[in-house]
Structure formats: structure tokens, C-alpha cells
Design a protein around this ligand. Structure first.
Ligand SMILES: [Zn+2]
Length: 251
């Protein structure tokens, strides 16, 4: 009886083994060569959007690169190379603006191509959240009474907070910014556009630096922008009142 049981079990094991082998032989192996593989290099790979960028898109602001891919985007507040000394934009590396501000920028770019074919613009800042404005205000190392010359008071807000201002310069075809006499975010009178002629006469600006500044301001004004009183790189696409009435502030 014991022997019959052992023989039966052995037969059962052999049958099961044969069946399972056949099953795996007949079933489709799930290997890559049988799957439809999407070629990754054919997809435009883009890192996940940051929270700030998602918010800008939600607020209907547009990525400048979508309309002007020729522009160089170098958001200074997305690096440690700014007057605050650290990154306040996180992963944001694209410039966002309101549609009507980008439309004016397209006009400015076309004028630049007529004046200096092959040259482009570098954008240093565009839409900026109010939270960053507060950090800037607190970080600014000038007398309290003069802070508003350089950064709008966070309680009042800046036109950047509505996506209607851009910080910009001109770059040569090799991508190098033209010499404007001061760096971006230079906090002093030498950056004041209205003193360009005076500083040229005093020898504080060279003829080339003055000409470059005049060229930038002239192109931007012809496109409908207004230059800031104290910063040769800052241009408004509308009045502050208009931006405030028409658009929601970026918190
Ligand atoms: Zn600005």
C-alpha cells in the first residue's frame, strides 16, 4: 500500500512538471522585444514643473520661449548670482509673462533683427511672485528711504508681480551681453537711464556703453515699453494701475 502511494505521488509530480513546462513554452514571454517600446529620444523630455511654474501657468501666464525661442533666458533669481546671494526661484528656469507683454517683446525682437541681425535678448527676470519681492526688500542693503528706488515695497507690489515687466539686455550673436556700463541689479546712479548723457560727458560711461544703453531703450520704447527711472534693464509693458486692474497678483 505504501509503495502504491509513493508511485502515485511520483506520477503526479512528473505530470505536473510536464504540464508546467508546456504552459511556459506556449505562453508569450513578456520580454522587451515583444513589447511596443516608445523611443525615449523621440519625445521632448522635460523635467517635472516646479510648484511656482505650475502656478504661473494656472494664472494664464505664458512661457516666453514658446513664442521667442531665440531669446536667452537667464533668470538671475534662479541662481545664487544675484544681489540676495541665493536662489529664490527654485527650479524655475523659464521666463513667464502676460500675453500682451510677450506681444510687445516680439515687436522689440523684430526691431532688433532689423537693427542688428543675429543679435538677441537676454531675459534676467520676468513674472515674479510677491513672496520673492518681500525677500528682496528685506535683503536690499541701502538706506530705508531709498529702497523704493530699486525694489517696489512688498505692501504695494511691483509690476513684475503681475507679469507685465521684464528685465532684459541685448546679446551679440555669440550670446555675450553688450556692455551697458553696469551689471544687472547695480544699485546706484550709474544705472539711471536719464543720466546716460551726463555720465558719458563725465567719462563714467564710454561712448560704446552709452550707445548700447540708448539702443536697448530705443528698441524697447518703439515696441511700447517704458524704461524704469533707476534701472536701464527694467521695462514695463503698461502702467502699474493698468496691470493691477487687469491681472491678479502672483503671490
Ligand atoms: Zn525689473
Amino acid at each position: 500500500m505504501y509503495l502504491i502511494k509513493v508511485i502515485f505521488l511520483l506520477c503526479l509530480i512528473i505530470c505536473l512538471s510536464v504540464l508546467s513546462c508546456n504552459y511556459y513554452k506556449n505562453s508569450e514571454p513578456v520580454f522587451a522585444d515583444k513589447l511596443k517600446i516608445t523611443k525615449i529620444d523621440s519625445i521632448k523630455i522635460r523635467p517635472a514643473l516646479s510648484k511656482l511654474e505650475r502656478n504661473l501657468i494656472k494664472m494664464n501666464l505664458k512661457n516666453v520661449k514658446d513664442l521667442l525661442p531665440e531669446l536667452i533666458i537667464e533668470l538671475k533669481y534662479s541662481t545664487d548670482d544675484n544681489f540676495i546671494g541665493f536662489n529664490v526661484y527654485g527650479d524655475l528656469t523659464d521666463a513667464y509673462l502676460q500675453d500682451e507683454c510677450i506681444e510687445k517683446l516680439v515687436i522689440a525682437y523684430n526691431i532688433l533683427q532689423e537693427e542688428l541681425p543675429g543679435y538677441t535678448f537676454i531675459i534676467y527676470d520676468a513674472a515674479r511672485p510677491l513672496s520673492v519681492q518681500r525677500i528682496m526688500w528685506d535683503s536690499l542693503y541701502v538706506h530705508e528711504s531709498r529702497k523704493h528706488w530699486y525694489v517696489a515695497h512688498p505692501d504695494k507690489g511691483s509690476i513684475h508681480n503681475y507679469g507685465m515687466a521684464v528685465d532684459i539686455t541685448i546679446a551679440c550673436p555669440e550670446g555675450k551681453p553688450l556692455d551697458m556700463g553696469t551689471e544687472f541689479d547695480y544699485f546706484g546712479e550709474l544705472a539711471f537711464p536719464r543720466f546716460t548723457q551726463k555720465f558719458l560727458e563725465e567719462g563714467k560711461l564710454t561712448q560704446e556703453q552709452a550707445d548700447n544703453r540708448i539702443l536697448l531703450i530705443n528698441i524697447m520704447e518703439r515696441a511700447g515699453f517704458t524704461v524704469a527711472r533707476t534701472e536701464w534693464w527694467h521695462f514695463d509693458a503698461s502702467s502699474f494701475v493698468y496691470a493691477k486692474e487687469k491681472y491678479q497678483i502672483i503671490e
